[in-house]
Design a protein around this ligand. Sequence first.
Ligand SMILES: C[S@@+](CC[C@H](N)C(=O)[O-])C[C@H]1O[C@@H](n2cnc3c(N)ncnc32)[C@H](O)[C@@H]1O
Length: 186
Amino acid sequence: MDGPARETWNARYRERGTEPGPPSEWLVSNAALLEGTRALDLACGTGRNSLFLAARGFTVNALDISEVAVQALRGTPGVHAHVADLEREPLPRDAYDVIVLINYLQRDLFAPVAAALAPRGIVIAETVTRAHADELRRAFDRRFLLEPGELRRAFPGLAVRRCEEGLVQRAGRPRAVASIVAQRPS
Ligand SMILES: C[S@@+](CC[C@H](N)C(=O)[O-])C[C@H]1O[C@@H](n2cnc3c(N)ncnc32)[C@H](O)[C@@H]1O
């Protein structure tokens, strides 16, 4: 995906700016489950979720394909931001207490994400479902829409702590999403 995705997202961030905005509501609503010190924010964008985690004392590795987004995060205390194409970048194993995967769908990343969790580590994930196009009639590339029940089944070796699927308000707008918190056994 490298070239086109990178250029598309760079252009989007140049046009819209790199102000991070408020953190994911799903992440915030699960803040009580956050434990540990090491976090990974995948496809971090301009880092709204990295900033939330860093403010709670985590050391955050923040990865994104867009150097425009990553550049905006550089120098933030507690956040190590790197340009990385997740379709090529291997993840370390047993390394993170928290992994955040918000508004990014790459199905072959589910197993490496589970393997990158330390014992008792949690993944907090949310992205849009097929209903986003079918019910809300929003234009969206269907390759990046979750099927019904797909996120619940995405991490078979982990214990599902919370999982929801349906229409929600995100940043004041309706979205059809699936959301999960799943934990690696100790
Ligand atoms: C919808 S944004 C979500 C950003 C952030 N997770 C959030 O919730 O604010 C999707 C992000 O995925 C990044 N992205 C797209 N393809 C990627 C890839 N192959 N590797 C890494 N990041 C990618 C884009 O640059 C963009 O920042």
